[in-house]
Design a protein around this ligand. Structure first.
Ligand code: G3I
Length: 548
């Protein structure tokens, strides 16, 4: 057969974008109609499917959807080693060629899956000694990548090299050749096609975890060595019972390395029989994956691992689980299709109109001349409570994330009323809690203080604030003082001295110790503390406020 060229396919896709996307978007809201590929292309992304040769050759409904809805394809099995080189130097490309032909006829970008994997590799390879195995790998990569150099745009060069804890998988590749097989595979692939984008691919690397961090570190190391690696693939075989990973943050950290990110094998399985909550969760997972990819420029697109529940690897591998794809077994669209479609098209996301429940009983304690500590019971929400508004005399004074807070900066000998309400990400707010009334203590005549903090030292994972100098700026002696400040998200106090620190949400309250609360006018004392912070964070606390 003749293999259509990659250049002509890319030009055709661009032509398609130019001819289809603009008129549709101008004529009506983008989300109103159009196949998935139109909306993906308008974003400069791909939406793909994994092609199975059986239905591709024998089912018109399969072919019709595959051609109409997707602008990218990955061969589900046809480009794997056992399919392309079942015995030494005996190559069979008929199934791979059939997928390439269909893709080219329908202007679809082709992703090659996969060159070096511990699975679906014939036993003749697995039994080779080190030198022969490296030669076999080089020959295989050069022959397969070379054949499709003008048609396959991107390759999974190595697949699934990590264990869940981030150590290297003890595969026959690793055990025979050591870690170097990975760099070698990428170099052989680059030698066979200077233009193809070369990827590493794995599962359970969608969120930030030990496995994805190992992959991240490997990408850094390979790039530092000049190994030609261009992209990473997150397979994304998700399951509603295991929760949704922190995908976008993970995409962003890889993108910051200068590599593309692909979602390569998306499906979302459900324990059977599926109930309506699980189907809703599945829709949300599909929508969230598309949205996360939409939100990061270097995420080039999403491939769904099949598209119809009629042909899916899931039931054969996970008994009693299934319905993982976006079309049902009769080629009818499922709500998951609509979720993918609307996320690609930019249609309105589902509107959350359910407010959180009313917070539990509000109480006040620790009243001083200038502050009060409030505590209340947590609210719940159909999605998530994102914060609590503290209402001071009926107006929102501040919003906090925890269920207690110290309100400072109050006037002495003054009556105040406080209530709290919960809010969610959509802006829905609960009913107000009960109201508490307090009167601040007398100020003792012109009380006041200041707090000035100094960053003594800092490193990537933390810092020391020392000294925080507390000065009595009033005209009479104090017997106590309170300094509040805001801790950046993700930071944690690991130690303090010369003050007692309590943390509520992002608000830290530092109170004097028994021995340093008394300060005459203009007198000062100091305290300090140490904080840990996530690697990469460079922020330090802010908003130091002192009250006596
Ligand atoms: O083609 C033969 C058929 O002739 C035979 O009658 C039948 C009997 O079992 O087997 C058929 O081959 C099967 C092949 O799929 C094609 O359907 C293999 O047994 C079966 O093991 C193979 O499963 C594939 C699996 O990878 C192998 O590990 C799945 O289709 C494929 O979806 C799956 O894909 C992998 C990705 O490559 C990597 N990431 C995980 C993903 C899911 O496991």
């Amino acid at each position: 057969m003749s293999v259509p060229t990659r250049r002509s396919a890319v030009l055709s896709v661009l032509t398609l974008i130019g001819t289809l996307a603009v008129p549709i978007m101008a004529a009506e809201p983008a989300f109103a109609s159009g196949p998935l590929r139109t909306h993906a292309a308008a974003r400069g992304k791909f939406i793909g499917y994994a092609a199975a040769n059986g239905p591709l050759s024998s089912e018109a409904a399969y072919r019709n959807i595959a051609a109409t809805e997707f602008n990218q394809v990955t061969a589900e099995n046809a480009m794997k080693w056992d399919a392309t080189e079942p015995s030494d130097n005996n190559y069979t490309f008929s199934n791979a060629d059939a997928i390439v032909s269909f893709a080219q006829a329908n202007n679809q970008a082709i992703h090659g899956h996969t060159l070096v994997w511990h699975s679906q590799t014939p036993s003749w390879v697995q039994g080779l000694g080190a030198s022969a195995m490296r030669t076999a790998m080089q020959d295989h990569i050069s022959r397969v990548v070379g054949r499709y150099a003008n048609s396959v745009a991107t390759w999974d060069v190595v697949n699934e090299v990590f264990n869940e804890d981030g150590t290297f998988r003890s595969s026959f590749w690793y055990n025979t050749l050591g870690q170097s097989f990975i760099a070698d595979a990428f170099r052989y692939a680059r030698a066979a096609d200077a233009d193809a984008k070369l990827c590493i691919n794995d599962y359970n690397v969608e969120g930030i975890n030990a496995k994805s961090t190992a992959m991240y570190n490997l990408v850094v190391s390979l790039r530092n060595q000049g190994v030609p690696i261009d992209c990473v693939g997150f397979q994304a075989h998700l399951a509603v019972q295991y929760g949704f990973p922190n995908l976008q943050a993970n995409i962003e950290r890889f993108a910051a390395l200068g590599v593309d990110v692909r979602i390569t094998e998306l499906d979302v399985r459900i324990p059977l029989p599926a109930d309506s909550n699980e189907i809703t969760a599945q829709n949300t997972y599909y929508r969230n994956v598309i949205t996360a990819c939409n939100n990061v420029a270097r995420c080039t697109g999403v491939t769904i691992w099949g598209f119809t529940d009629k042909h899916s690897w899931v039931p054969g591998t996970f008994p009693n689980e299934g319905q993982a794809l976006i079309y049902d077994a009769n080629y009818g669209v499922k709500p998951a299709y609509t979720a993918v479609h609307d996320a690609l098209a930019g249609g309105p996301p589902p509107v959350d109109t359910t407010p959180p429940t009313t917070p539990g009983t509000l109480t006040a304690s620790g009243v001083t001349s200038s502050s009060v500590t409030l505590s209340w019971g947590a609210s719940t929400d159909n999605v998530a409570v994102t914060g609590y508004d503290i209402l001071q005399n009926g107006a929102v004074r501040t919003t906090v994330s925890g269920t207690s807070a110290t309100v400072s900066g109050l006037s002495s000998s003054t009556a105040y009323q406080f209530a709290v309400r919960a809010r969610d990400a959509a802006g829905n707010t609960s009913a107000n809690s009960n109201t508490v009334s307090i009167t601040t203590l007398p100020g003792g005549g012109g009380g006041g203080c200041s707090a000035v903090a100094t960053v003594q030292t800092q490193w990537s994972g933390g810092y020391v604030i020392q000294p925080v100098t507390v000065t009595n700026t009033g005209t009479s002696q104090t017997t106590s003082w309170t300094v509040t400040f805001t801790l950046p998200s993700g930071h944690a106090i690991v130690g303090s001295w010369n003050a007692a620190l309590t943390v509520s949400g992002q608000t830290v309250t530092a109170r004097n110790m028994p021995y340093n609360g008394t300060l005459g006018p203009n007198a000062s004392t100091t305290f300090g503390f140490q904080v840990s912070r996530p690697t990469g964070s460079t922020s330090v606390p802010s908003g130091y406020t002192c009250a006596v």
